[in-house]
Write a protein that binds this ligand. Structure first.
Ligand code: VTB
Ligand code: MG
Ligand code: MG
Length: 316
């Protein structure tokens, strides 16, 4: 499986390069279409029997990279794929930072199949594995992570997406003396950062997209951190969609292994616009693109930052 790493790198690079013309245009649909088309084209060239398990939507609502779509040339291995061609469409089309093209893959049957809905998530780095419990009160988790990371509560840096729905979390963290860092978009990047020595991210907590949750869980698995989650169906219809995907109790706690159960997994991300993990694509005066990516796999657990130069006359 890890032998396909470079193929997945090309997939996220293609999606990011295809997004670039849409940076700052305000055209969300066009940006997503361009990235999705490019990602799908590349995925179909990979030697694999792939199935989208986390995609751009369900069969009836997404024309490409929908859940259940078969990808690749059909040869072994059989792979589950989670995609987000643009993780951060809003910042992309608003010309702001925090957008990446991301993908995660793992052997068939080892990734959570989840609809596109909200999910509560906790992500921590390697020092805090075994210390979090999504069923426990947030205050207990904060204290456990501070202690595992060798910090006092006042030294703890918790990253939370800037949304009204997170007021309760923010108040609890601050009342406990912890530092809250609000970010506007892109919880995958911050979740991965919990495992790296950048930004001093001790913990990410909050409610975001379930697709982004599964993609993050793979990246964190590759880096030896931990993630736990809980799907949050907002009505019976959403709960039904979960059940149809095999989740008998949609609101049950999802431990890291429920999100991704194999170590033989791959995570790739390419920067579209600047973020704490990656530089955005830079265009040289000659029109060449400098493209930055991160490539992780759960087998050798190495972290690879890869810089590619897309020459002007080779850019589609
Ligand atoms: C979340 C988060 C993503 O969009 O899905 C968010 O996980 C959507 O939240 O990283 P809102 O509905 O509150 O806007 C991202 O930030 C970007 O896709
Ligand atoms: Mg997206
Ligand atoms: Mg997204």
């Amino acid at each position: 499986m890890h032998k396909l790493s470079l193929d997945f790198l090309k997939v996220t690079e293609a999606a990011a390069v295809a997004s670039l013309p849409w940076v700052g245009t305000g055209e969300k649909n066009s940006a997503d279409d361009a990235a999705t088309t490019a990602m799908r084209e590349m995925l179909n060239q990979v030697n694999m029997n792939g199935t989208v398990v986390i995609g751009e939507g369900e069969l009836d609502e997404a024309p490409m990279l929908y859940i259940g779509e078969k990808l690749g040339n059909g040869s072994e291995p059989k792979i589950d794929i989670a995609v987000d061609p643009i993780e951060g469409t809003t910042p992309t089309v608003n010309g702001q930072g925090n957008a990446n093209a991301v993908i995660a893959a793992a052997p068939k049957g080892t990734l959570l199949h989840a609809p596109d809905m909200y999910m509560e998530k906790i992500a921590v780095g390697p020092k805090a594995i075994g210390k979090i419990d999504i069923d426990a009160p947030l205050i207990d988790n904060i204290k456990a992570v501070a202690s595992a990371n060798g910090k006092s509560l006042s030294e703890l840096n918790v990253y939370v997406q800037d949304r009204d729905r997170h007021k309760g979390y923010i108040d609890t963290i601050r009342e406990a003396g912890g530092k809250v860092h609000l970010f506007s978009e892109g919880d995958v990047t911050y979740s991965i950062a919990t495992c790296l020595e950048i930004g001093n991210v001790d913990m990410v907590i909050g409610i975001g997209g379930a697709p982004e949750g599964v993609v993050s869980a793979v990246g964190i698995k590759c880096l030896g951190g931990e993630m736990q989650a809980r799907l949050l169906p907002r009505n019976e219809e959403e709960a039904d969609r979960c059940r149809k995907m095999g989740l008998a109790n949609p609101e049950t706690a999802l431990r890291h292994n429920d999100l991704v159960s194999s170590d033989d997994c791959i995570f790739a991300a390419t920067g579209i616009t600047e973020n704490i993990l990656l530089n955005g694509i830079k265009v040289s005066p000659e029109g060449n693109y400098l493209v930055n990516s991160v490539l992780l796999n759960g087998e050798d657990k190495q972290l690879r930052f890869i810089e590619s130069l897309y020459l002007k006359n080779r850019i589609a």
